[in-house]
Design a protein around this ligand. Structure first.
Ligand code: BTN
Length: 252
């Protein structure tokens, strides 16, 4: 189905740019942000030829199947709240997916959205002079994935056995992002987001995981989030490590 950008524009009060094909919505959103676009500006695409994932990976961006979107945020946040912003975006993506498709989502710290232990959505936040570009990719109507990610990825279609409107999902997602940003920048602030994430994520506590640190893989049991939103890992020798970036996988 062609992407109905008008439906999104009718349900979102900020500019929405749409591209049939683009290198990456992150690059276009950064260009718009540098040119002074308003908060809430959205860039969406039907296909990305150079979709960016975290840690320099590529994001599989099959034409017509997924939601590939970046939105420009100007949150009034201290720099030490930024790790919590990424957690808030994961919560927003999980809410939007659950509202749209009625499937239960888990959150793998910091912000991978999972269904049945497979990744259905990923989030990439890039900072640019106090502006945050929030990139969100959701596997919506994919019926299969390339061999290198097939064991790890899922889509709403694979999980629920039917196709979904990417436009309805995008509208739900934008409103969910707005809601969680209000929580984060409001009186309840960081502790509230940390509490919501900890309730929602099976990874936050008591999960035996392996963490890929680049130079070594460390194993232990998760022991909650610290006040900045970093993951506490209790190792088998009883000492604790703080995990600052992703690379968390269940230890089998
Ligand atoms: C991850 O590795 O989990 C993050 C993936 C983020 C993908 C989205 S798709 C829309 C936006 N544009 C990109 O190039 N990347 C993000």
């Amino acid at each position: 189905m062609p992407f109905d950008v008008d439906l999104v524009r009718q349900n979102w009060p900020h500019p929405v740019s749409y591209f049939a094909t683009i290198d990456s919505t992150m690059l276009e959103a950064a260009r718009l942000a540098e040119a002074g676009c308003e908060e809430g500006t959205v860039v969406a695409a039907d296909e990305q030829t150079a979709g960016q994932g975290r840690h320099g990976r590529r994001w599989h961006s099959e034409p017509g199947a997924g939601l590939y979107v970046s939105t420009v945020l100007r949150p009034d946040l201290a720099p030490d709240s930024l790790p919590v912003l990424t957690l808030a975006l994961g919560l927003a993506a999980a809410d939007a997916i659950e509202e749209t498709a009625s499937v239960h989502c888990d959150l793998r710290w910091p912000n991978d959205v999972m269904i049945d232990s497979r990744k259905v959505a990923g989030i990439l936040v890039q900072l640019l002079d106090g502006i945050a570009i929030a990139g969100i990719g959701v596997n919506v109507n994919h019926s299969a994935f390339p061999a290198e990610i097939a064991g790890e990825a899922t889509s709403l279609r694979i999980a629920a056995g039917r196709q979904y409107s990417r436009e309805a999902l995008l509208v739900a997602l934008l409103h969910a992002v707005e809601r969680y940003l209000q929580i984060l920048t409001g009186a309840a602030g960081k502790p509230r987001i940390l509490g919501l994430f900890s309730q929602r994520s099976s990874y936050a506590r008591n999960k035996r995981v392996k963490v890929d640190r680049g130079v070594a893989v460390v194993e232990g049991v998760t022991a909650g989030l610290d006040p900045s939103g970093f993951l506490i890992l209790r190792k088998d020798d009883g000492t604790e490590d703080l995990v600052l970036a992703g690379g968390v996988r269940p230890a089998s």
